[in-house]
Design a protein around this ligand. Structure first.
Ligand code: 2AL
Length: 243
């Protein structure tokens, strides 16, 4: 099985970290292809970043269709372009936020999300509501760490661990969802330190793709996720024309 794990930002070191996290949980027979778009923001920390990252992300999905990919993971916690990506392929496409939240809901009665900058909280909040997770989500906590601060050796790990610990005490959370793919390498260690489940969406999403592919389940093309209506695209987006 071939799973393409797309980091929608263009920071190669983060893509590498995401690829390692994906490979660590994948079955022996699964091939992980970790990649990032060639164009777009170096990190995704707001609505503008998200909107523009989606163009490169969709390009990676289109390329994947020519590479006989069996399933895709969108490795950014805002799940940018998730439904658009699902329109482009029959193969399952899973976002790390939806994978992590659903996983947390299966092993706890309530979780808190620990994310990066406080301005990204609203993105997570909208996803919680869209995914029907309001009754499980106890809080969305920011650390005020920029995404690229997770790429340098600093005290990010300690700040995130402290925030997770506080979530257990102050929010009554029983599990923690990490709110950035740049935290993919931290889940196991933080879980051991705080004594509660800590969920990294990259690993969870890879396993969901494996399950769906194993069950022979594809994205429904019966209604709203049908292939895009063929029409010309103009200007810079001419290359995105669907025939
Ligand atoms: C993210 C993420 O997962 N990747 C990225 O560039 N930004 N999410 C976040 N909340 O900062």
């Amino acid at each position: 099985m071939k799973i393409k794990v797309i980091n929608p930002n263009t920071t190669a070191s983060m893509t590498e970290k995401i690829g390692i996290a994906a490979q660590a949980v994948a079955s022996c027979s699964t091939e992980i292809i970790a990649c990032n778009p060639s164009m777009g923001p170096v990190s995704i920390e707001g609505h503008y970043d998200e909107a523009l990252a989606v163009v490169g992300l969709l390009e990676e999905i289109r390329k994947g269709e020519a590479e006989s990919v069996d399933g895709y993971v969108i490795a950014c916690f805002g799940d940018p372009g998730l439904l658009a990506a699902r329109e482009l392929t029959r193969s399952p496409v899973i976002g790390i936020a939806e994978a992590a939240m659903h996983t947390a809901s299966l092993i706890s009665t309530g979780f808190s999300i620990v994310t990066t900058l406080s301005r990204t909280r609203i993105i997570a909040q909208h996803l919680v509501e869209n995914y029907g997770m309001t009754k499980f989500c106890r809080n969305i906590r920011s650390t005020d760490l920029a995404v690229l601060e997770l790429e340098i050796d600093g005290n990010a790990r300690k700040i995130i661990t402290d925030e997770c610990r506080q979530a257990l005490v102050e929010d009554g959370a029983e599990a923690i969802v990490l709110g950035c793919s740049g935290m993919a390498d931290l889940a196991k260690e933080i879980s051991q330190e705080i004594g509660a489940p800590v969920i990294d969406g990259v690993g969870a999403a890879v396993k969901f793709v494996e399950v769906l592919v194993s069950l022979g389940l594809e994205t429904s093309k019966v209604g709203s996720l049908a292939f895009p209506i063929p029409k010309p695209y103009t200007g810079t987006l001419q290359g995105f024309t669907v025939f």
